[in-house]
Design a protein around this ligand. Sequence first.
Ligand SMILES: O=C(CO)[C@H](O)[C@H](O)COP(=O)(O)O
Length: 215
Amino acid sequence: MTIISPSILSLDFTQLNTQMEAVNASQAQWLHYDVMDGHFVPNLTFGPDILKAFRKLTDCELDVHLMITDPETYAPVFIKAGAQWLTFHYEAMENAEACRKLAKQLRQWGVKPGISIKPKTPVEVLKDLWQDFDLVLVMSVEPGFGGQQFDPSALEKIAQLRAWAQAENADLRIEVDGGINAETGKLCKQAGADVLVAGNYIFKNNIVDAVDSLC
Ligand SMILES: O=C(CO)[C@H](O)[C@H](O)COP(=O)(O)O
């Protein structure tokens, strides 16, 4: 079954309780939490204290996406705050070995490690790396802002990752984020994605219906 992870980047914080009640009433199983540092991406978002508040507002699994230059330093504070899935960027790391080391460390700390690639990064960089992760997050927009248009080059990356995982009979979550709606979500599922992140499409529409249309 497809997992839907509403991105709180698009949540209307003046309607926090109402919108979170709708998320909780929907089929969403995860909640996507974007951490931006103003360095790795040109935007700033939420720190660990706000994640702690979301932990109290939902039973959804907390799916934290670190868009920051220094994931090794900040991963522990987000784990302490309640992260269950913790994804960092390939582009933020020195090399593949550093990615593997952090993935191992995240597992030891009790969270599921994820690795993400930006639209311009070829999927081949993950050929010998995805095996160390529970999740790969394919960005289908340039990270930093919600409401952008879906980049279809994500579909080939998803298909390649699914082919690698199937060839090794591996239980890999393939997540896609950026410009997801009922139409692009369907294409991503057909390509092999099993976790859809959506911000604007969910929070700017009827939340329960929008989630239903992505399942
Ligand atoms: O990571 C993100 C941006 O960097 C967001 O999660 C993503 O863009 C969701 O927004 P939308 O569905 O509106 O495109």
